[in-house]
Unconditional design. Structure first.
Length: 116
Protein backbone atom coordinates (compact mmCIF):
# COMPACT_ATOMS: atom_id res chain seq x y z
CA UNK A 1 0.00 0.00 0.00
CA UNK A 2 1.30 3.43 -0.91
CA UNK A 3 0.09 6.99 -0.77
CA UNK A 4 2.65 9.32 -2.31
CA UNK A 5 2.13 13.08 -2.16
CA UNK A 6 3.80 15.54 -4.48
CA UNK A 7 3.53 19.14 -5.56
CA UNK A 8 4.58 20.97 -2.44
CA UNK A 9 7.09 23.80 -2.42
CA UNK A 10 7.77 27.44 -1.68
CA UNK A 11 5.26 29.98 -2.96
CA UNK A 12 4.62 33.67 -2.37
CA UNK A 13 1.47 34.86 -0.62
CA UNK A 14 -1.40 34.94 -3.07
CA UNK A 15 0.13 32.18 -5.15
CA UNK A 16 -1.11 28.70 -6.00
CA UNK A 17 0.02 25.11 -5.72
CA UNK A 18 -1.47 21.81 -6.80
CA UNK A 19 -0.87 18.85 -4.54
CA UNK A 20 -1.31 15.30 -5.77
CA UNK A 21 -1.57 12.02 -3.93
CA UNK A 22 -1.01 8.83 -5.91
CA UNK A 23 -2.51 5.72 -4.34
CA UNK A 24 -1.74 2.06 -4.94
CA UNK A 25 -2.19 -1.29 -3.29
CA UNK A 26 -5.76 -0.93 -2.07
CA UNK A 27 -9.26 -0.38 -3.43
CA UNK A 28 -9.01 3.38 -3.87
CA UNK A 29 -12.58 3.83 -5.06
CA UNK A 30 -13.94 2.40 -1.80
CA UNK A 31 -12.34 5.04 0.37
CA UNK A 32 -13.16 8.57 1.33
CA UNK A 33 -10.01 10.60 0.78
CA UNK A 34 -8.82 13.36 3.05
CA UNK A 35 -6.13 16.01 3.13
CA UNK A 36 -4.69 17.03 6.47
CA UNK A 37 -2.05 19.56 7.34
CA UNK A 38 0.16 20.12 10.33
CA UNK A 39 2.16 23.24 11.05
CA UNK A 40 5.08 23.26 13.50
CA UNK A 41 3.84 23.35 17.07
CA UNK A 42 0.20 22.96 16.04
CA UNK A 43 -2.26 20.10 15.99
CA UNK A 44 -3.05 18.30 12.78
CA UNK A 45 -5.95 19.93 10.94
CA UNK A 46 -8.41 18.27 8.60
CA UNK A 47 -8.42 20.46 5.50
CA UNK A 48 -10.67 18.75 2.96
CA UNK A 49 -12.53 15.52 2.33
CA UNK A 50 -14.05 13.91 -0.74
CA UNK A 51 -16.40 10.95 -0.79
CA UNK A 52 -15.53 7.70 -2.53
CA UNK A 53 -17.31 8.66 -5.74
CA UNK A 54 -16.39 12.32 -5.53
CA UNK A 55 -19.93 13.59 -5.09
CA UNK A 56 -19.51 15.08 -1.62
CA UNK A 57 -16.74 17.49 -0.67
CA UNK A 58 -16.15 19.26 2.60
CA UNK A 59 -13.65 21.90 3.63
CA UNK A 60 -12.32 23.47 6.77
CA UNK A 61 -13.59 27.01 7.23
CA UNK A 62 -10.01 28.25 7.05
CA UNK A 63 -9.63 27.10 3.43
CA UNK A 64 -13.18 27.27 2.09
CA UNK A 65 -13.31 29.15 -1.19
CA UNK A 66 -9.55 28.88 -1.71
CA UNK A 67 -8.82 25.14 -1.83
CA UNK A 68 -10.46 22.52 -4.05
CA UNK A 69 -10.26 18.76 -3.59
CA UNK A 70 -10.84 16.37 -6.46
CA UNK A 71 -10.22 12.74 -7.31
CA UNK A 72 -9.81 10.45 -10.28
CA UNK A 73 -10.73 6.89 -9.40
CA UNK A 74 -9.49 5.57 -12.74
CA UNK A 75 -6.03 7.01 -12.03
CA UNK A 76 -6.28 6.43 -8.26
CA UNK A 77 -5.23 9.95 -7.47
CA UNK A 78 -6.57 12.73 -5.28
CA UNK A 79 -5.56 16.32 -5.73
CA UNK A 80 -5.78 19.48 -3.69
CA UNK A 81 -5.68 22.79 -5.53
CA UNK A 82 -4.45 25.56 -3.26
CA UNK A 83 -5.21 29.12 -4.38
CA UNK A 84 -4.80 32.52 -2.72
CA UNK A 85 -2.25 31.05 -0.36
CA UNK A 86 -1.50 32.75 2.92
CA UNK A 87 1.50 32.41 5.25
CA UNK A 88 -0.73 30.60 7.73
CA UNK A 89 -1.22 27.84 5.14
CA UNK A 90 2.39 26.81 5.68
CA UNK A 91 2.39 23.19 6.85
CA UNK A 92 3.10 19.61 5.91
CA UNK A 93 0.15 18.37 3.88
CA UNK A 94 -0.71 14.66 4.00
CA UNK A 95 -3.32 12.57 2.27
CA UNK A 96 -5.32 9.95 4.09
CA UNK A 97 -7.46 7.06 2.85
CA UNK A 98 -10.30 6.95 5.34
CA UNK A 99 -12.82 4.26 6.12
CA UNK A 100 -14.85 3.55 9.23
CA UNK A 101 -14.47 -0.19 8.83
CA UNK A 102 -11.33 -0.75 6.75
CA UNK A 103 -7.73 -0.05 7.58
CA UNK A 104 -6.80 3.57 7.04
CA UNK A 105 -3.67 4.63 5.15
CA UNK A 106 -1.43 7.70 5.23
CA UNK A 107 1.07 9.31 2.94
CA UNK A 108 4.39 10.72 4.09
CA UNK A 109 3.44 14.33 3.49
CA UNK A 110 4.63 17.22 1.35
CA UNK A 111 5.82 20.57 2.63
CA UNK A 112 4.03 23.75 1.62
CA UNK A 113 5.73 27.01 2.56
CA UNK A 114 4.06 30.34 1.88
CA UNK A 115 6.50 33.20 2.28
CA UNK A 116 7.70 36.31 0.52
Amino acid sequence: VQLVESGGGLVQPGGSLRLSCAASGFTFSSYEMRWYRQAPGKERELVATISSRGSIRNYADSVKGRFTISRDNAKTTVTLQLNSLKPEDTAVYSCNAYSTWRQNYWGQGTQVTVSS
